[in-house]
Design a protein around this ligand. Structure first.
Ligand code: APR
Length: 325
């Protein structure tokens, strides 16, 4: 059996721990092991759930012909020596629950999970998926005291892949030929950037009229809600898991891919002390570079609006957690 020659962080085979064995967590775990990228540890608060999923996936090993292992657990000790920790744990909003209630509950779940993982994997990259994404990513960074380049949020890749899909479907071109870029917070105030979307290098503004582009942009903004409405219970998980996988691959294989992700801004784009989706390079060092691209006045206004909304929720969450800002 051959082992990856490209993994730069250590000599052992890489390990990815996934906290939360729900739809996103278990789909990601399957991708991680079946692609031979890394061994996986799947942890959940529900007893039996991660163990059952791990056993089920293990029984498929011979058929899928991979050679990576997966452990299901309720014990954080099993996450020891992870290279990447992914946090998907949380709850979805239930009837009668306000957004603030959800913020408070998920803030507690996510920060406790991160702190427990930190004990066993202080050098890992922490990838946050739980919503509200930008706020949760900030809280993980703040409560772990990790360097900012070691904490990143998954949203821009997902939003961009949704826009990419809508463009490809509209024009009937290969998905692989479409490049798209969505910045800002993961929510209604995200900033899709049609000017930076191309098909094999041709700006989409050459191939579609403004009305069509606006329609696709709006569908991207509503991308998550459209799937929630169709599924009726639960939210999207295949594209979120693929997006996270893409980011993990860039780190573990040191690909230094340029991807939009929620990263800590310290003056870039005129924003400070906030996690927000902007283009960055992801490699074995985590977030290796934040890339500043030119924005029009209107685009900058949208980005700053999005940042204000994220900032308000960060402040609220810090207050709810009893943490001084
Ligand atoms: N510790 C560990 N696991 C927890 C905890 C906790 N304290 N609290 C909840 N969980 C687990 C749940 O038991 C559940 O298995 O987190 C899992 C969440 O799974 P789902 O409800 O299926 O949610 P999923 O669709 O996977 O989405 C996860 O990603 O895209 C975002 O908005 C989405 O925040 C959500 C997250």
């Amino acid at each position: 059996m051959t082992q990856s020659q490209t993994f730069p962080l250590c000599n052992k085979f890489p390990k990815v721990s996934i906290i939360g064995a729900g739809n996103v967590g278990k789909t990601l775990a399957q991708k991680v092991i079946e692609s031979n990228l890394a061994d996986a540890c799947l942890l959940d608060i529900v007893e039996g759930l991660p163990q059952g999923i791990a056993l089920d996936l293990t029984q498929a090993t011979g058929l899928e012909f991979h050679h990576r292992s997966i452990v299901g657990t309720n014990d954080y000790k099993d996450t020891v020596n992870s290279d990447v920790v992914v946090i998907t744990a949380g709850i979805a909003r239930k009837p009668g629950m306000t957004r603030n209630d959800l913020l408070k509950i998920n803030a507690k779940i996510v920060t406790e999970a991160a702190q427990k993982c930190l004990v066993y994997s202080p050098n890992a990259l922490y990838l946050v998926i739980t919503n509200p994404l930008d706020v949760m990513t900030y809280l993980v960074w703040k409560t772990t005291n990790l360097p900012a380049n070691k904490v990143v949020g998954m949203a821009g890749v997902l939003d961009s892949t949704r826009l990419q899909a809508f463009i490809a479907m509209e024009l009937g071109v290969s998905f692989n030929d479409v490049q798209s870029m969505v910045l800002g917070g993961h929510g209604d105030l995200m900033l899709p950037l049609p000017r930076y979307c191309t098909i094999s290098g041709i700006p989409i503004t050459e191939l579609m009229d403004t009305e069509t582009i606006e329609r696709l942009v709006q569908r991207t903004r509503d991308g998550g809600a459209e799937i929630v409405k169709l599924l009726k219970t639960g939210s999207a998980y295949y594209a979120p898991a693929s997006s996270a996988f893409h980011m993990i691959e860039s780190v573990l294989l040191n690909q230094s891919r340029l991807l939009p992700a929620a990263v800590y801004l310290q003056g870039e784009y005129g924003l400070k002390d906030i996690y927000l989706g902007v283009p960055c390079r992801l490699g074995c060092g985590g977030v290796e570079q934040i890339v500043e691209i030119n924005l029009t006045d209107e685009e900058r206004k949208i980005l700053h609006n999005s940042a204000r909304s994220v900032r308000d929720n960060i402040d609220l969450a810090l207050e709810q957690l009893g943490m001084k800002h």
